[in-house]
Design a protein around this ligand. Structure first.
Ligand code: SF4
Length: 374
């Protein structure tokens, strides 16, 4: 009975946290035991986003491990790492304060792959002597990863924007928007409530369910024109007057802007739109590459491959790069960088120091949030 109640609560929390995903959902930080871990058990580290932690614990059912939950402001790993809330400093702090060093004999931590854009593995090693390995993109693959002596297949390293994730993101944007609109229109313009909600969900579906990526050219503009035409067409078809037409146009444009707004990239599989695609590209200095192959482990897009007959990498699919900078942050030889095609480079040191990437908000923090001494 107790297990059933717990599962029900878990399900309700899943729904609530998916619908209101844009809000932070912090869970308690610190050390947790998964199963019956001992001094040689693996140590997993993640951010304190409640949905992530509960999914991870579900995926690890039947396994023995230590879980260190580090502060990420209650935000998911990808967004927190890209936005400067989950970096070296948070991981180091969690390791030093959680008591994990008294529980295990080894000094190896497994972090989510998508943390690689924010946590500098070399700095964690330098500051606390822990070696960081990056696990698979998805928590569900952790048991396989652990069973394979912490080796992830290329498949496990790729981020996908699966149908389930697309539905989650669609709901995360459309549900709270609908809630606000339902209150406003329910109170002041009930006759327009259904058409407005229909437009909201149709736009959210267009953005997240396999349509948006296929729109050629300026996507937001195309979407805005279609929404505008649909909203105005509806007003004209029911014979409403000019004020209604103007209101519908404003509403259609506002909803398009809101629902197609990239918030630190909706998925590691999707580059954000508000940077010019051609502005910065990933660059590789092959002479510097000594074949550490960490970029192969952290890239969520399969951009790299091993160069034939050489212990080096090469850029196999640079067009798939979402410019998260994870590979640049982790490369021990500084062989990777961002460049604009006109000879201007953003060097690795600047990217690490200021947590630069092209995913969303810039986190210029000259303090020690990423392990650099202030
Ligand atoms: S190649 Fe691009 S997508 Fe892959 S890790 Fe580097 S910056 Fe991120």
């Amino acid at each position: 009975m107790r297990a059933l109640v717990r599962r029900l609560i878990d399900l309700l929390l899943d729904i609530l946290q998916t619908v209101f995903r844009m809000l932070p959902w912090p869970t308690r930080t610190g050390l947790r035991a998964v199963g019956h871990p001992g001094p040689t058990s693996p140590v997993l580290v993640t951010g304190n986003y409640d949905l992530t932690v509960r999914r991870l614990l579900r995926a690890m059912r039947g396994q023995d491990a230590w879980l260190v939950v580090a502060p990420s402001q209650g935000v998911n790993v990808w967004c927190a790492a890209a936005g400067g809330h989950f970096g070296t400093h948070q991981v180091v702090t969690a390791i030093k304060t959680s008591g994990i060093e008294q529980r295990v004999q080894h000094r190896r931590a497994i972090l989510p792959q998508l943390a690689a854009t924010g946590v500098v593995a070399q700095d964690v090693a330098r500051r606390v002597g822990w070696r960081v390995a990056f696990g698979p993109v998805y928590a569900k693959d952790l048991p396989t990863f652990l069973a394979a002596e912490q080796q992830a297949s290329a498949e496990m390293r790729r981020a996908r924007f699966t149908l389930r994730e697309r539905f989650e993101m669609m709901t995360a944007w459309a549900a709270p928007t609908s809630f606000v609109l339902a209150v406003v229109f329910g109170l002041f313009a009930r006759a327009w409530l259904i058409p407005v909600l229909a437009l909201t969900w149709l736009l959210a579906a267009a953005v997240y369910l396999f349509v948006y990526e296929r729109i050629p050219g300026p996507r937001k503009l195309v979407l805005a024109v279609v929404a505008l035409a649909a909203a105005c067409g509806y007003v004209v078809s029911i014979g409403a007057g000019t004020p209604a037409l103007v209101g519908a146009a404003v509403m259609a444009l506002g909803l398009t802007w809101l629902l197609s707004f990239d918030f630190t990239g909706s998925s590691p599989d999707r580059a954000v739109d508000h940077f010019d695609e051609s502005a910065f590209q990933i660059g590789l200095d092959q002479d510097r590459c000594t074949g550490a192959f960490i970029c192969l482990q952290v890239c969520p897009e399969g951009v790299f491959q091993r160069a034939e007959h050489q212990k080096k990498v090469e850029l196999a699919h640079p067009d798939q790069c979402v410019r998260c900078a994870a590979c640049i942050v982790q490369c021990p030889k500084d062989a990777l960088y961002l460049h604009d095609g006109h000879g201007r480079r953003v060097e690795p040191d600047a990217i690490r120091r200021f947590n630069l990437n092209l995913l969303g908000r810039r986190a210029i923090d000259a303090g020690d949030s990423n392990g650099h001494d202030a």
